[in-house]
Design a protein around this ligand. Structure first.
Ligand code: HDE
Length: 732
């Protein structure tokens, strides 16, 4: 512990990241990590002091008038400690309160000067430090990681030209088209105002009441009802900038761009039944997974993808590029992978870094610019406002995690918690006293210049006509899903709408689904006892007071002709078992040679084996070897693992068969379609050892090494969804 802390200490004059090398031997240094050293504090081998640096002699007793007497107001040490404690909390984020973050680096593959003048996108030899925060949206800071929800995917690039924040989500579209509806959406999804229930869940009346009257949300609803909203890992999610942005090159030429993050481990999710159980067994599941992956050197990685659209093609699509409820299908405009993001270092302090980091879509650098997407435009206002409240004043950019690595000079002064000691006497411009400094920067020298988009239009509160096609892409998403994915969407809607107290909202929603797909509506309706009826009245109640509601109704949906395979997770990366957690279920008398061989082969493939047993300690092996237990059945369930291996050893299997927790462990893994392997007597613990099930691998005691490659392949494929129907019959 002390050793660990000592490694954190900055070694004066040595620079570096203060940690030296990571435990896995890989360096984790960057300009930002170095810059943070100045702020790292470490009490190892130090004396205990007050905030005024006065050494403290007694941190156990308050100052009293006699051993049984009243406490004295004079006790400045006690008052300082308690006052600080009383002020330890800051307002949690109104949305995205629950999050986890990590440091890392970004590197571009090829110079992108043709597209943008952004300096950090020019040099493949250059690494740009980043800090990335993932989050759920609806829940409070202490809520479960596995809520059905959108995930935030916010990246702060500390570039040499200042900070660029790509504040995106793991879903490429959003619920609403105009920022003015955001408070309504969030009020609807947050716990209901009278009893503050449910926490971190959209399965309640106010959310679906709002959604059922806002057809523009239907595309997003298809995504959040899909398994994308219950990721297996933050490391296995895509990321999206959502809005259309602009890239501008040195010549001042602009193009539209959609930003993507493509995870190198593929896009994978858990089942809803698992999500519910993980929330009980380990509500910190995602946070822990991210932390552990980084600590063990399995650094999470994504490629940055760009979809580029020429300005002349602005109106070439059926949808409006400014509409954040629409994607640009990858089949229409391919995603070019232009660089790589690697997360290689955990924060030292959750509050100082993860809680205090302040993202803002308006933090852009020269070469990146906005569009008039009305959701983006609203966000450009909102984020500074939020930080002012949350972080207590206008100097939040001086908090270490928010500081750019590039120098900051301007005439902003003073305010709560100001850190900088500005020595110039002139805090205004123009000035002569300060020699006219700091000076403005010409475009050629890197000064930010907004792309001169012409604007000449009447002031109106209206939306562009193409915004009113609310269903075509919802249908496109549905029809692009694999059969298991479709099944999960149907179940999710049955769960969410089944929780509603008001039947009218449920019926309205099922009616709305008919406009996405009749089969979908019928299937969802079946589980709810609702016969789908196409809505006959106005669908959209998001209508201005004096407007004709007819003019605000969704366009008749155009049925897409072809699916978009990129929207399905079926075709994702499925060839690696790297960082997958594998439970090896054992008891006394286990075939210890099998445990050792399988552990070695799994580890060699980058997987993470853990021995799980009815008790902690050391197991007696069948061949007189000892097997160290990593976790006991009392503390984990198979929902926390990607796969299960049951080695042989008759006494071990006899004991496990008598243990309900062990039987449940394997049965749940089976039900959740996970890879299962067993050797020798271990096969007796499997619910079934079907030779037709590609993810169940069995062999003799001596065949561990022979079956391991098949087992690893099955783990890499993530799940065998073909087993789902059989799994449903398992009573767990
Ligand atoms: Fe946010 N959003 N948002 N948002 N958002 C915030 O800012 C807001 C939207 C997103 O890890 C808040 O610092 C408005 C879309 C992420 O710290 C707040 C609108 C997308 C994060 C805010 C949106 C996002 C936030 C709360 C509609 C995907 C977490 C705390 C106009 C492209 C960042 C904070 C982190 C956080 C406002 C819609 C992503 C209140 C008004 C669309 C990832 O300012």
């Amino acid at each position: 512990m002390a050793d660990d802390k000592r490694r954190n200490k900055k070694v004066p004059g040595k620079g570096g990241n203060g940690r030296g090398q990571r435990s896995n031997g890989k360096p984790a240094s960057s300009d930002k990590i170095d810059a943070l050293d100045a702020f790292r504090e470490d009490g190892t081998d130090e004396r205990l002091t007050t905030d005024q640096a006065v050494p403290i002699n007694d941190d156990q007793n308050t100052l009293k008038a006699g051993p049984r007497g009243p406490s004295l107001l004079e006790d400045f040490i006690f008052r300082e400690k308690i006052t600080h404690f009383d002020h330890e909390r800051i307002p949690e984020r109104v949305v995205h309160a629950r999050g986890a973050a990590a440091h890392g680096v970004f590197r571009v593959y090829e110079p992108l000067g043709r597209l943008t003048r952004a300096a950090f996108l020019q040099d493949p030899a250059k690494t740009t430090p980043v800090f990335v925060r993932f989050s759920t949206v609806a829940g409070s800071r202490g809520s479960t990681d596995l809520a059905r929800d959108v995930r935030g995917f916010a990246v702060k690039f500390y570039t040499d030209e200042g900070n660029f924040d790509l504040v995106g989500n793991n879903i490429p579209v959003f619920f609403i088209q105009d920022a003015v509806k955001f408070p309504d959406l969030i009020h609807a999804v947050k716990p209901e105002p009278h009893h503050e229930m449910p926490q971190a869940a959209s399965a309640h009346d106010t959310f679906w009441d709002f959604i059922s009257l806002m057809p523009e949300s239907m595309h997003m609803i298809m995504w959040v009802m899909s398994d994308r909203a219950i990721p297996r890992s933050l490391r296995m999610m895509e990321g999206f900038g959502v809005h259309t942005f602009r890239l501008v090159n040195e010549r001042g030429e602009a193009r539209f761009v959609k930003f993507h993050w493509k995870p190198l481990l593929g896009v994978h999710s858990v089942l809803w039944d698992e999500a519910l159980k993980i929330s009980g067994k380990d509500p910190d599941f995602h946070r822990r997974d991210l932390w552990e992956a980084i600590e063990t050197g399995a650094f999470p990685e994504w490629e940055l993808g760009l979809q580029m659209i020429e300005e002349k093609d602005e109106h070439a699509f059926d949808f409006d590029l400014l509409d954040p409820t629409k994607i640009v299908p990858e089949e229409l405009v391919p995603v070019q992978r232009v660089g790589r993001l690697t997360l290689d270092r955990n924060p030292d302090n959750f509050f100082a870094e993860t809680e205090q980091v302040a993202f803002h879509p308006g933090h852009v650098v020269p070469g990146i610019d906005f569009t008039d997407d009305p959701l983006l435009q609203g966000r450009l206002f909102s984020y500074t406002d939020t930080q002012l409240l949350r972080l207590g004043g206008p100097n939040f950019h001086e908090i270490p995690i928010n500081r750019p690595v590039a120098p900051v000079h301007n005439n902003q002064r003073d305010g709560l918690m100001r850190q900088a000691i500005s020595v110039s006497r002139a805090a205004y411009h123009p000035n002569s006293i300060g020699g006219g400094c700091p000076v403005q920067v010409g475009r050629r020298d890197g000064g930010f210049v907004s792309h001169p988009v012409p604007v000449n239009a009447p002031k109106v509160r209206q939306r562009s006509e193409k915004f009113f096609d609310h269903f075509s892409q919802a249908t496109l998403f549905w029809m692009s899903q694999s059969d298991p994915e479709k099944d999960h969407i149907v179940s999710a809607l049955q769960f969410e709408l089944g929780k509603l107290e008001r039947p009218a909202i449920r019926e309205r929603m099922v009616g709305m689904l008919t406009l996405v797909d009749e089969t979908l509506a019928t299937r969802v309706g079946e589980g709810l006892g609702v016969t789908p009826r196409r809505p006959d009245g106005p669908l959209n109640l998001s209508v201005p007071a004096d407007a004709d509601p007819k003019a605000h109704q969704p366009h008749r949906p155009k049925k897409p002709t072809r699916p978009s395979p990129a929207l399905s997770m079926a075709g994702t990366v499925k060839d690696t078992a790297k960082s997958r957690k594998v439970a090896i279920l054992a008891a006394d008398g286990v075939d210890d040679a099998a445990v050792a061989t399988m552990s070695r082969l799994l580890t060699a493939a980058g997987a993470v084996p853990k021995v799980i047993a009815p008790r902690l300690g050391t197991l007696k092996g069948a061949r007189s070897g000892a097997v160290k237990v990593d976790m006991s059945l009392a503390t984990v369930g198979s929902v926390l693992f990607d796969a299960v291996y049951v080695p042989g050893g008759a006494p071990s299997i006899a004991a496990l068969r008598q243990d309900g927790a062990a039987v449940l462990f394997v049965h749940e893994a089976y039900k959740h379609c996970k890879a299962l392997a067993a050797t020798g007597a271990g096969t007796e613990l499997l619910p079934e050892a079907r030779s037709t099930d590609e993810a169940i691998v069995v062999g003799e005691d001596t065949q561990v090494a022979k079956i391991a490659p098949d087992f690893l392949r099955a783990i890499g494929r993530h799940r065998n969804w073909a087993r789902e129907a059989a799994g449903k019959r398992i009573p767990v």
